[in-house]
Design a protein around this ligand. Structure first.
Ligand code: FES
Length: 109
């Protein structure tokens, strides 16, 4: 789906390798993930019971929800482990200079 707006969301140095970084875009909590230097963005909200995912553990491309342990692939939003059933919304990411931009799609919200 086409990006409606590229939103400057963070600095490259804000998102350490192996970590997630929480930003808010148009009132929505979005997590930016650094997987071995590659950046990805998903909703920060677990699709099970709406816990913040940046408080969970990220290893490789997998985030584990801190509340009940659902796992998601941060590259695709795919559910890897119950109790979540629905995938995470994902967003495109680009870097220009020192700034990370997240591709916002109006149609998703
Ligand atoms: S709130 Fe995330 S697994 Fe339950």
């Amino acid at each position: 789906m086409a990006v409606s707006e590229w939103v400057p969301a963070a600095r490259v140095g804000d998102v350490a390798p192996g970590e997630g970084f929480l930003v808010e875009i148009n009132g929505q909590p979005i997590a930016i993930w650094n997987v071995d230097g590659q950046l990805y963005a998903t909703s920060d909200v677990c699709t099970h019971e709406e816990t913040s995912l940046v408080d969970g553990d990220l290893w490789d491309n997998v985030i584990e929800c801190p509340l009940h342990g659902a796992q998601f692939d941060v590259r695709t939003g795919e559910v890897l482990s119950l109790p979540a059933i629905f995938p995470l919304p994902t967003y495109e990411v680009k870097v220009e200079g020192d700034t990370i931009y997240v591709g916002w799609r109006d149609a998703d919200h």
